[in-house]
Ligand binder design. Structure first.
Ligand code: UFG
Length: 332
């Protein structure tokens, strides 16, 4: 079954109103699918859910997800709904285990009941914990260092067991640092509170208010952390490729999604200053708890198995994010 023969086939996207979910829904619609956005709007935005039917529902309410699956009969699930703040997960693990694990179990029970054969899961590089070597490939030990990362790792294990017992085929996509925006479609990052480097650095430049850079004593080229920033549209495209992989008989697998290029926090300052002819005011603070010094992917496996290739460079990511954050009101 290839994508073009799937005209208007519906796909349930949990967390479809979120930052990555909304770009995934856009990409699905572009390819002729009907994305059903299932979201409790605890952090997703109504303005971002505009590519298909919207169901306001919560995975913790099993009848809501069952009813939605019964009504729309999706042939696959893309599961992105989860809480994502690392710091909060350390302070309040109950919230994370309940939402990210119990919610997923409710979803998977419905998937089993309605015999949906495929699922793409939004996992994270947080499953690796502190890197023992870089670039990080999928064989790297899985030792998450916070409850958020544990919930992603546990879900991957649950999905493997669901395959063995019930035959559900899944792809867990381990995102590195999602970034960028799609201003032409009115899509971009709007977290509340915002904790991510690129939006905060762009705001610092646009409002000339200093950003705090956490740590300048890491064992890296300039002492600041290294991250692998991947454009959200490249991530969205990988979900389509993962679907293709599953419908053509692919086995359950976990795959890294990154660009394999590292950027330090100070290099990010320089890139923004050069691209936009501005100053990024910053000051150094001590290290943020739980931050690995380097997160750099090997994405070879995704490239080989999915025939996926990131298209956007860090300069594109910054241009798009800059444009997005220049808007007074999100989603206009
Ligand atoms: N940083 C600052 N100042 C800030 C914010 C961030 O210096 O105000 C630094 C961080 O210390 C880190 C880098 O910028 O060195 C990137 O931080 P982000 O918060 O943007 O992203 P993380 O790498 O911490 O987190 C991302 C995802 C998580 C995921 C993690 C590992 O947001 O969901 O990658 O995959 F768990």
């Amino acid at each position: 079954m290839d994508r073009k023969t799937n005209i208007m086939k519906s796909i349930l996207v949990t967390g479809g109103a979120g930052y990555i979910g909304s770009h995934v829904c856009y990409a699905l619609k572009q390819q002729g699918y009907l994305p059903i956005c299932f979201d409790n709007f605890s952090s997703g935005h109504r303005w971002a859910a505009k590519f298909g039917p919207i169901v306001e529902g919560d995975l913790l309410e099993s009848q809501e997800i069952e009813r939605t699956i019964e009504e729309y009969k999706p042939f696959s699930i893309i599961h992105l709904a989860s809480f994502i703040q690392v710091g909060e997960s350390v302070k309040n693990p109950a919230k994370y285990y309940e939402n990210n694990i119990a919610g997923t179990i409710n979803l998977l029970k419905a998937v089993q009941k309605y015999e949906i054969p495929y699922l793409v899961f939004s996992s994270s590089a947080a499953v690796y914990g502190t890197p023992e070597y870089t670039p990080i490939d999928e064989n790297h030990p899985l030792k998450p260092i916070n409850p958020y990362g544990h919930t992603k790792h546990i879900t991957e294990i649950i999905l493997q067991d669901w395959d063995k017992a019930y035959g559900l085929k899944s792809v867990s996509l381990r995102y590195f640092n999602a970034a960028g925006a799609f201003p032409e479609e009115g899509l971009g990052e709007a977290h509340e509170p915002e904790t991510h480097l690129i939006p905060l650095m762009i705001r610092a430049a646009q409002h000339q208010k200093a950003i705090q850079i956490f740590g300048n004593d890491y064992d890296t080229a300039d002492g600041t952390c290294v991250r692998d920033y991947i454009h959200v549209l490249d991530l969205a495209n990988a979900h389509l490729k993962a679907l293709d992989y599953l419908v053509t008989g692919g086995e359950t697998v976990c795959l890294n999604l990154g660009t394999e290029i590292g950027v330090t926090n100070l290099q990010m300052v320089n890139l923004i200053e050069e691209l936009f002819s501005t100053k990024v005011p910053y000051r150094f603070l001590s290290r943020r708890e739980g931050d690995p010094s380097v997160l750099l992917s090997s994405a070879l496996k995704a490239k080989e198995l999915l025939n996926w290739q990131p298209k956007y460079k860090i300069s594109d990511i910054l241009q798009h994010a800059w444009q997005w954050h220049s808007k007074e009101i999100y989603g206009e």
